[in-house]
Design a protein around this ligand. Structure first.
Ligand code: FES
Length: 161
């Protein structure tokens, strides 16, 4: 696929659940190793259900469309169901993405995983081994992004507050 689907463009033009959340139960902040783009994802959880979700993304059309789509896919789902989401499911939900933009959809998945990790940790709930592994990998990438794109990440941090 070499162009954007109508659905991806629609999500970009009218992103769902965009913005900062007051007192979230979990926050995920991630960066894209390829381009340095950054995303924040916030979740509210009640009785194991993700009742609300919001995002802020400084990124391209594909990153914003993926973020918007993931919020719709995850709202009302259990933590376990949300952990089953992957890049391919988002790309399919968007009706495809241009091949060079597939990496952008990773941002949304990683941000969701980090928000869930943060929620489980804060609430002293068991964290699945796979999620711990993924968190360590994301942390490593974040450090290398901060080194590579320091000026951008500082600016984005400032703009988001
Ligand atoms: S080019 Fe950076 S997330 Fe798409």
């Amino acid at each position: 696929m070499n162009s954007y689907s109508k659905k991806a463009i629609e999500h970009f033009k009218n992103p769902k659940n965009f913005g900062k959340m007051k007192s979230p139960d979990g926050i995920g902040k991630v960066g894209n190793i390829v381009c340095g783009d950054v995303m924040w994802l916030y979740i509210k959880v009640k009785k194991d259900i993700i009742t609300d979700i919001k995002f802020q993304t400084y990124g391209c059309l594909a990153a914003i469309a993926s973020s918007s789509a993931i919020t719709e896919m995850v709202k009302g789902k259990t933590i376990k169901q949300a952990l089953n989401l992957n890049r391919q499911k988002i790309v399919d939900n968007l009706g495809g993405l241009p091949a060079v933009k597939i990496h952008c959809s990773v941002l949304a998945v990683d941000a969701l995983l980090e928000a869930i990790y943060d929620y489980l940790l804060k609430n002293k709930l068991p964290v699945p081994a796979d999620l711990i592994r993924k968190h360590k990998q994301i942390e490593k990438e974040k450090k290398s992004i901060e080194k590579r794109y320091k000026n951008w990440t500082d600016l984005e941090e400032k703009l988001s507050h």
